[in-house]
Design a protein around this ligand. Structure first.
Ligand SMILES: [Fe+2]
Ligand SMILES: [Fe+2]
Length: 262
């Protein structure tokens, strides 16, 4: 199975890049499954029904989320009925939505299990993602050998630790959230693909997707500012992962960081 995973899609610029590039990648590389982190898809903060539909129309099969999951008021209701969207699994019990799903996308491949987790280092307090992963991975494993994990976390150490923790148990652990792509794509000894952070898809003439000036003002003066989403120098940040359908082990990982034509 060939999986394309797109890092945090930020605002309209990010969604436009997805619209332009997903169909091309799918065709050129015979990709079976497209997964994308959509936590910043709506104006940079969270995701709405309309922006989610926009991503599904562009060819995204499953959307993962992160600490911006609840930024848009309509999301709790929407996520309850949209099975193609998963939010971090280590949220308190009883909150809307699901933390994982098993998706039958291509008739030629086994179903894919998608698990979303959120980190704790330098982030708001939340349940232990390691404990939740050890509970859920065996549940997913019973349904399919192919398991993809989006670990939405700040600290590189926590992300590498999760990758090592799940090595040999899942097909891939990739990081999101920092919006900066790392260059450490690799396959761990147990056959798990790893990339610390996929980076964001959106305007890179920015501070992680937002216009530079207001962010600078905020850092320099401490005064509150409106952080508008940037629109220049749009890039498509993703990772392409090949998985053996029988063993669920990764056979290749390729990092993608494409500059869009303006
Ligand atoms: Fe993000
Ligand atoms: Fe985030």
């Amino acid at each position: 199975m060939k999986i394309l995973f797109i890092g945090d899609i930020v605002g309209r610029a990010g969604r436009e890049a997805v619209k332009k590039r997903v169909s091309v990648w799918v065709k050129e590389r015979q990709i079976d499954t497209v997964i994308a982190n959509g936590e910043n898809a709506a104006g940079g903060s969270g995701i709405t029904a309309a922006t989610a539909e926009d991503l599904f129309r562009s060819g995204v099969h499953v959307i993962t989320l992160g600490d911006h999951t609840w930024d848009q008021r309509e999301l709790p209701q929407y996520i309850e009925k949209e099975a193609r969207m998963v939010r971090p699994a280590n949220y308190p019990e009883g909150v809307p939505g699901r933390g994982w799903g098993v998706f039958e996308i291509s008739g030629f491949c086994p179903p894919i299990g998608v698990l979303n987790l959120q980190g704790r280092t330098f982030m708001d307090p939340i349940d232990d993602p390691f404990r939740v992963a050890s509970k859920l991975v065996p549940v997913l494993k019973e349904k399919t050998p192919v398991i993809f994990v989006d670990f939405h976390a700040e600290a590189t150490s926590e992300k590498i630790a999760m990758g090592r923790f799940l090595d040999g148990k899942v097909s891939a652990v990739v990081g999101t959230h920092t919006h900066v792509q790392t260059a450490d794509e690799q396959i761990f000894p147990g056959g798990t693909a790893f990339l610390c952070d996929v980076g964001f898809t959106g305007a890179h003439e920015s501070v992680i997707g937002r216009r530079i000036e207001p962010v600078l003002k905020r850092f320099v003066t401490g005064l509150p500012q409106r952080f508008e989403v940037a629109d220049e120098d749009v890039r498509f940040s993703a990772v392409l992962i090949n998985v053996d359908d029988t063993t669920g082990k990764c056979t290749a990982i390729e990092r993608i960081f494409e500059k869009m034509e303006s």
